[in-house]
Design a protein around this ligand. Structure first.
Ligand SMILES: NC(=O)c1ccc[n+]([C@@H]2O[C@H](COP(=O)([O-])OP(=O)(O)OC[C@H]3O[C@@H](n4cnc5c(N)ncnc54)[C@H](OP(=O)(O)O)[C@@H]3O)[C@@H](O)[C@H]2O)c1
Length: 298
């Protein structure tokens, strides 16, 4: 099958390309040059924010299925530059969805638990979004663009993505390991409840949804355990055999440009029911993260 992945230099997109390559004809799309290890896939340099290049690349490739994982994910950067956030998260998703409708190709667009305000999480698919902040608002508009413009599309929401893959960008999880290994304390927001999503597991869930299911609409595809960031940091530290200080701090103690949902997190029963590679529990994900980390440092 001809499968395309946007955001291929990213945490989730990079994993998806690695999982697909070899079994499918793969087009990986990203901004600028490819930063993935070489493999059996083609690369397209396509800026999601320029109005046409991703759409053209998908049409030229003749994609049959598209995982749209590219996004402006810098939450505070989006708050500072709403035009850029809109261009990429809404305009970029529009381009991808239009291409999918024209081809036609099945579309799974990745989104976020930030579409909820974090007053009463964890949230199920039927709960009404109430985004706060530019990133959250543009991601919700991107969801609508996918669902409106690409018939039969699915939106897969994830939360706090992390990866131990070589070359993967730093995340909260990798900072926990690196700081504690250096003997430095880790600060963690004690009042933010999230559903951490190991990129490899989230990518497997999204790909099964894309290639083996015709589910249309929103599906929660994050990690299966809802926990606060201190609990997450303590579990990571325990698994890595690291001692040291994990300091819980309130979100309000740090001045951040964009608001953060507090009581967030996603309920994933539906994805677990529907899919073989559905959401996994936090400790299993952290075990896999640990194995990725060992391979990376070997
Ligand atoms: N990361 C999280 O904690 C998190 C949480 C909830 C939901 N999500 C969602 O999950 C999906 C995957 O994100 P991720 O976790 O893999 O984050 P990521 O590592 O930041 O990946 C996003 C990718 O999109 C690319 N991108 C950004 N602007 C672009 C543009 N103008 N044109 C083309 N590509 C562009 C980035 O390119 P560069 O690599 O060149 O910057 C990056 O590779 C996104 O929809 C995101 O909103 C992420």
């Amino acid at each position: 099958m001809r499968v395309a992945v946007t955001g291929a230099n990213g945490l989730l997109g990079g994993e998806a390309v690695a999982q697909l390559a070899g079994s499918h004809q793969v087009l990986a799309l990203g901004r600028g040059p490819c930063r993935l290890p070489p493999g059996p896939f083609a690369w397209a340099d396509a800026d999601l924010g320029d109005g046409r290049s991703a759409e053209r690349a998908l049409l030229d490739f003749g994609a049959q299925a598209v995982l749209h994982a590219g996004a402006h994910t810098d939450v505070d950067g989006c708050e500072r530059d709403p035009d850029a956030a809109w261009r990429v998260n809404v305009g970029g998703t529009e381009q991808v969805a239009r291409a999918c409708r024209a081809l036609p190709a099945r579309l799974v667009a990745v989104s976020t638990d930030y579409v909820f305000d974090g007053r009463a999480g964890p949230y199920g698919e039927e709960d009404l979004p109430c985004p706060r902040g530019v990133y959250a608002r543009t991601k919700l508009c991107g969801e609508e663009a996918a669902l409106v413009l690409a018939p039969g599309a699915a939106v897969a929401r994830v939360s706090v993505v992390y990866s131990g893959r070589p070359g993967a960008k730093p995340t909260f999880a990798t900072q926990i390991v690196e700081k504690l290994s250096r003997g430095e304390p880790v600060k963690a927001f004690a009042d933010q409840w999230v559903s951490p999503t190991l990129a490899a597991s989230g990518a497997a869930t999204c790909l099964e949804l894309l290639l083996e299911s015709d589910y249309a609409g929103v599906l929660h595809a994050s990690g299966a355990t809802v926990l606060d960031r201190v609990d997450f940091a303590e579990r990571v530290a325990r698994r890595f055999g690291l001692r040291g200080q994990i300091l819980g701090v309130p979100t309000a103690s740090v001045k951040l440009p964009a608001p953060r949902p507090l009581r967030g997190g996603l309920r994933v029963e539906r994805a677990r029911r529907l899919l073989r590679h559905g959401p996994i529990d936090a400790d299993e994900a952290i075990d896999r993260f640990h194995a990725e980390w060992q391979r990376r440092s070997a």
